[in-house]
Design a protein around this ligand. Structure first.
Ligand SMILES: [Fe+2]
Length: 384
């Protein structure tokens, strides 16, 4: 699942010559010879992000955070917890009991059953029955297991709150009625995206474009190092003329490989703000927000679960069809939001003492893409 947007409601693009920024949403695009942001001949074109897989030692605690954050429990067994949103979809999170809290990997949705065979042939994997459908298990160059699934039955739609009616100056729609959104757990609609850090960014980027047919919405480069290529990419599914989320996957070159956060769509801004108040009252750790992002435009609010994994509530994100070309911009801390508080160290991870150890280890390790100019560029970006 990617979006609820009806393509018939999207205004058609302007004709050639009418707009010099046609198919470009940012101030700057690629220069000649730079990364094209898509593969000419991908193995398949994934239809969306299906779910995310985690391991947690305490499934009861994971379930409590999950329902406080706004998921609905779809299934609970002694060794498994499945959390879902309210839209018809397979699930949002599949959590298995494990010795330590960790992100395992993403599952992507194949557009058709034959894509699983193509992936199996192209990667040496095998197609196997999985959760009522079929799946092939791949491994990306960062080392994450990536499941691609087809035919897993959707859970039925759950009823949910409608967006609040808003009064705008000349067109009030709410007469003789007040606005009192309750401080209560969010109603998560669906999984939006996952963001991963990797020491093998360019290899992983090309893998997702060539194997799963994802396409880049925005590249970020290290300031002063654009000639070394991008250091972060916001990547969407190629659904042709059907608009897809600005990113279902984002990846960043980092001194350590791992999960950074995942994001879940809520109905509207009041839902983001009021459910955040509820999380605060329950004593959960706030990471960053409210604000509005630049790449993707989402209104966001970031929280940490009891294992310090970061989860994002968002609403009003961009959706692009396949015609939109990648934008290019420098990575900076101040460039992460159009408005909102400055990105916190809790969000960027710079307050984590393990970052220094990871950086030293990444420099010593052979075969990754982290070198001294990379670290200098990342430090500069996080201070700008
Ligand atoms: Fe995000």
């Amino acid at each position: 699942m990617t979006t609820r947007l009806d393509p018939a409601r999207v205004p058609p693009p302007q004709g050639p010559g009418e707009d010099p920024h046609r198919s470009l949403h940012s101030e700057a695009g690629a220069r000649p010879g730079e990364h094209p942001g898509r593969s000419k001949d991908p193995l398949v074109k994934a239809a969306g992000l299906a779910w995310l897989e985690f391991e947690k030692p305490d499934l009861d605690r994971a379930g409590r955070f999950g329902t406080d954050f706004g998921f609905t429990v779809a299934d609970r067994a002694p060794e498994t917890l499945v959390l879902r949103g309210r839209q018809a979809a397979a699930a949002c999170l599949v959590v298995r009991r494990g010795p330590r809290a960790r992100f395992v990997g993403p599952a992507f949705q194949a557009a058709e059953r034959g894509d699983l065979d193509r992936l199996a042939r192209g990667t040496g994997g095998t197609v196997a029955p999985h959760r009522g459908g079929h799946a092939v298990l791949l491994r990306d160059p960062s080392g994450f297991p990536v499941r691609v699934v087809h035919g897993v039955p959707d859970l039925p739609v759950l009823p949910g709150r409608a967006p609040l009616p808003l009064n705008f100056g000349t067109e009030p729609v709410r007469a003789n009625a007040t606005q009192r959104p309750a401080r209560r757990p969010a109603e998560i609609q669906r999984l939006g995206h996952v963001v991963l850090g990797t020491t093998r960014f360019r290899a992983a980027l090309d893998w997702y474009l060539e194997v799963l047919g994802l396409i880049v919405s925005d590249f970020l480069y290290l300031d002063g190092q654009r000639d070394r290529g991008p250091a972060m990419a916001f990547i969407r599914c190629d659904l042709g003329s059907v608009p897809a989320d600005h990113h279902t996957l984002a990846m960043a070159l980092q001194p350590h490989t791992g999960y950074l956060h995942s994001a879940y769509e809520l109905t509207d801004l009041d839902e983001v703000a009021a459910s955040g108040e509820y999380l605060r009252e329950q004593g959960y750790r706030h990471a960053w927000g409210l604000g509005r992002h630049i790449q993707g435009s989402q209104i966001f609010d970031y929280w940490r679960d009891p294992d310090r994994a970061m989860f994002e509530h968002y609403t009003d994100g961009d959706v692009f069809d396949a015609a939109m070309e990648p934008g290019w911009a420098p990575l900076s801390r101040s460039g992460l939001a159009q408005w909102g508080p400055k990105a916190t160290a809790e969000f960027t991870g710079t307050n984590d003492p393990r970052v220094v150890v990871a950086a030293i280890k990444a420099l010593a390790d052979k075969g990754n893409e982290v070198d001294l100019p990379t670290l200098r560029g990342l430090i500069k970006a996080m201070n700008s």
